[in-house]
Design a protein around this ligand. Structure first.
Ligand code: 5GP
Length: 216
C-alpha cells in the first residue's frame, strides 16, 4: 500500500513538473558555495528588473537570520514538518546542508510562473543534481557563482558574522565539494567568478537576458 502511494506520488510529481516545463519562460538555477555572493547578485537583479523575475522561496529547517522574513527569504519550518511535506511529495528537490534541510517546493516555482515571471532558484549542489534528473532540466539554465578562492570565501563568511566556528567549517568543507562538482564539464551553462561585483553582475544579467530573449 505504502509503495503504491509512493509510486502514485512520483507519477503526480512527474506530471506537475512536465506541465511546469512546458512554459515558454526559462527557469534560472543559481548555485555556488555559500558566501560566493549569490544573494547579493540576486538582490541587484531583482532591483533592476522588478517585474521580470521572481524568487523561488525555499523551505528550510534552519533558524532565520536577522532581517530574514518568513515567506520572503525562506519558508522557515521545523524538521518534523519538513519531513512530513517531503512524504507528501511537495518538493522538486531537497538537500541537507550544514546540518539543516532545504528544499524547493513545486508550489514555490508555480507561484512565480503563475505571475508570468522568470523563476530563480538559489540552491546547492545536491539540489542541482536532482533538478537535472527531472523534466525541468530542459527549461533550466544552470549558473554557478564561484569565489576567486577558498581563502577569500573564508574571509567573506567570517565577515558576515552569521556562522559559528563549526558551521563555518562545515560550509567551507561543502564549498570545496561544490567547486569540484562545478569542474565537471557540461553541468553548468555559465560559470561566473565573483571577484568584482559589477563585473560578475554584468555577466549574470547578460547571460539571463540572452536566455530569455532566445527562448521567447
Ligand atoms: P543559507 O543557509 O546560507 O541561506 O543557504 C545555504 C545553502 O543552501 C546555499 O548554498 C543555498 O543556495 C542553499 N539552498 C537554499 N535553498 C535551497 C533549496 O531549496 N534547495 C537546495 N538544495 N539548496 C538550497
Amino acid at each position: 500500500m505504502h509503495v503504491l502511494r509512493v509510486i502514485q506520488r512520483s507519477q503526480i510529481l512527474r506530471r506537475q513538473l512536465h506541465a511546469m516545463s512546458s512554459t515558454k519562460l526559462p527557469i534560472v538555477v543559481l548555485s555556488g558555495p555559500s558566501g560566493a555572493g549569490k544573494s547579493t547578485l540576486l538582490k541587484k537583479l531583482f532591483a533592476n528588473h522588478p517585474d521580470t523575475f521572481g524568487f523561488s522561496v525555499s523551505h528550510t529547517s534552519r533558524n532565520p537570520r536577522d532581517g530574514e522574513e518568513h515567506g520572503k527569504a525562506y519558508w522557515f519550518t521545523n524538521e518534523d514538518e519538513f519531513r512530513k511535506l517531503i512524504g507528501e511529495g511537495k518538493f522538486i528537490e531537497t538537500a541537507t546542508f550544514s546540518g539543516n534541510l532545504y528544499g524547493t517546493s513545486i508550489q514555490a516555482v508555480k507561484d512565480v510562473q503563475d505571475q508570468g515571471r522568470v523563476c530563480i532558484l538559489d540552491i546547492e549542489m545536491e539540489g542541482v543534481k536532482q533538478v537535472k534528473r527531472t523534466d525541468l532540466n530542459e527549461t533550466c539554465t544552470f549558473i554557478f557563482v564561484r569565489p576567486p578562492s577558498v581563502e577569500e570565501l573564508r574571509k567573506r563568511l567570517e565577515g558576515r558574522n552569521t556562522e559559528t566556528p563549526e558551521s563555518l567549517a562545515k560550509r567551507l568543507a561543502q564549498a570545496e565539494k561544490e567547486l569540484e562538482f562545478a569542474n565537471t564539464p557540461g553541468v553548468h551553462d555559465k560559470i561566473i567568478v565573483n571577484d568584482d561585483l559589477a563585473k560578475a553582475y554584468g555577466e549574470l544579467e547578460g547571460h539571463i537576458l540572452t536566455k530569455i530573449r532566445g527562448d521567447s
